[in-house]
Write a protein of this length. Structure first.
Length: 413
């Protein structure tokens, strides 16, 4: 792995952002060495919503076809009052989403998205994936960046033109960007479980949250989002409550008392069904202030959660990692001999968008958890809006395109 090939990109982390970056650079003719600390990938997490701004990019990178085999395209997002179970609003998706935003809105298991990205990266001649290889340090040498990689307890130095740190919310590499911000707990806990639709709890839940849609139940103490996975044979439940405990892993089996307590605000059948849908796992939500620096002009860029982990209230964390990766590759490929300028442009272009998405998450958090007269006002405003008008609110978000996606699409045809 020694040497300093001129157009080699190093990527730390083979998660959603890292694999997308590897593909986006390799598609533009770069050689990519991608390092992942885990030896073997496990099916961690549960469902993920993939909005058209993300699926459009996955399409240009040849990932969408694979994903479509297991993903579902819900017909709508439906907001319901968690207490009365009354429908508050409906945003049409399905064919309407494809027509409006020119790419599908999908729900998938996170592991299926990861497998699709991994399969495409593994077959790409420009990408070499090194699993069981932690990037432990970074240094800058003349016009190259060096990564200290630790495979099998050994240490190796690998050099390239640019290192992309895609090592997630708990990033250890973010600190190599001077002035970068630490991740912080938000006081919100995300709870997840999967329910077989054929089980008694699953059958009951399907009657409240049918498998052809994303259903969000709103309540002041928590909101719960339900959508189908794996061909509708399972339902993914995500609930967000106040709470701090637990380490950063979905594999925690945690005391669910706070969840059960928050569920008391739901209608009885919904609370009982959700309670029966065990085992729940918990994940404390941490965020990273998006105003910190993301790059070092000598050849380092943060993407995804490492740069700007956000709350899941807009369901956009993975989508933003995908957008980051695509935008970064387009900018660096557009000015290969002007890396510092390309990195500065990456921050300048991405930051306003990330800030706006973060603001949308804050807005959703507020409006979904209000109570009393404010909730009443929210419900009236939602009821007054047509589905088309509600969909139009998402044009800025779901209609986004990387500058040169059209160029990549042309090259694939
Ligand atoms: C409850 C919840 C629901 C969500 N729902 C959605 C949703 O519906 N839609 C959406 O778009 N987003 C959603 N997200 C957000 C999304 O999961 C994340 O934003 C996304 O996974 C971030 O991708 P990433 O590539 O930045 O990091 P990750 O996917 O976390 O990948 C980081 C990778 O880096 C590896 N790594 C770490 N350190 C090193 C190192 N030193 N060397 C080598 N490898 C290393 C890790 O092992 C891992 O594989 C949700 C998040 C939560 C918590």
């Amino acid at each position: 792995m020694e040497g300093r090939p001129p157009r080699t990109i190093l990527v730390a982390g083979a998660g959603i952002g890292g694999l997308t970056a590897a593909l986006a650079f390799a598609e533009r003719g770069f050689r990519v060495e991608i390092f992942e600390r885990v030896e073997r990938f496990e099916a961690v997490g549960a469902g993920i919503q993939l909005s058209p701004n993300a699926t459009r990019i996955l399409g240009t990178l040849g990932v969408l076809g694979r994903l479509a085999v297991t993903a579902a395209a819900p017909e709508a997002v439906v907001l319901k009052d968690g207490k009365s179970l009354k429908e508050l609003a409906r945003v049409p998706l399905g064919k309407a989403a494809e027509t409006r935003w020119k790419a599908p809105y999908l729900v998938a298991h996170r592991a299926d998205l990861h497998t699709a990205l991994l399969a495409r990266a593994s077959e790409h001649p420009g990408i070499r994936l090194h699993s069981g290889s932690t990037v432990a340090g970074i240094s800058f040498e003349n016009d190259a960046v060096a990564a200290m990689v630790e495979p099998d307890g050994r240490q190796e130095k690998v050099t390239g033109a640019l290192l992309i740190a895609a090592d997630g919310v708990w990033s250890g590499l973010r600190h190599f960007v001077k002035g970068s911000r630490d991740s912080r707990p938000t006081g919100t806990m995300a709870w997840r479980t999967l329910v077989e639709t054929a089980s008694p709890a699953g059958r009951g839940l399907v009657s409240l949250a049918p498998t052809n849609r994303v259903t969000a139940f709103l309540n002041p103490a928590l909101h719960m989002v339900v959508y189908p996975l794996r061909g509708g044979t399972a339902l993914n439940l995500v609930a967000l409550t106040k709470g701090e405990a637990g380490a950063g892993s979905w594999t925690n089996t945690t005391d669910t008392t706070p969840l059960a307590h928050a569920m008391r605000g739901f209608a009885r059948p919904l609370a009982d069904l959700a309670e029966a849908a065990k085992p729940w796992t918990a994940w404390p939500i941490h965020t990273v202030d998006p105003n910190g620096p993301w790059t070092d002009p000598r050849g380092l860029a943060l993407v995804g959660d490492a740069a700007h982990a956000m709350t899941p209230f807009a369901a956009q964390g993975a989508a933003m990692a995908i957008e980051d990766a695509s935008a970064l590759a387009a900018l660096v490929a557009g000015a290969p001999n002007e890396l510092p300028a390309a990195l500065a442009r990456y921050e300048a272009i991405r930051r306003p968008r990330i800030r706006r998405v973060v603001r949308r998450g804050v807005f959703n958090h507020f409006t979904w958890h209000v109570s009393g007269p404010v909730a009443l006002a929210r419900n009236l405003v939602l009821a007054a809006r047509s589905p088309d008008r509600l969909a139009a609110d998402f044009d800025w978000l779901y209609g986004w395109k990387t500058g040169d996606e059209a160029d990549l699409t042309r090259r694939r045809m």
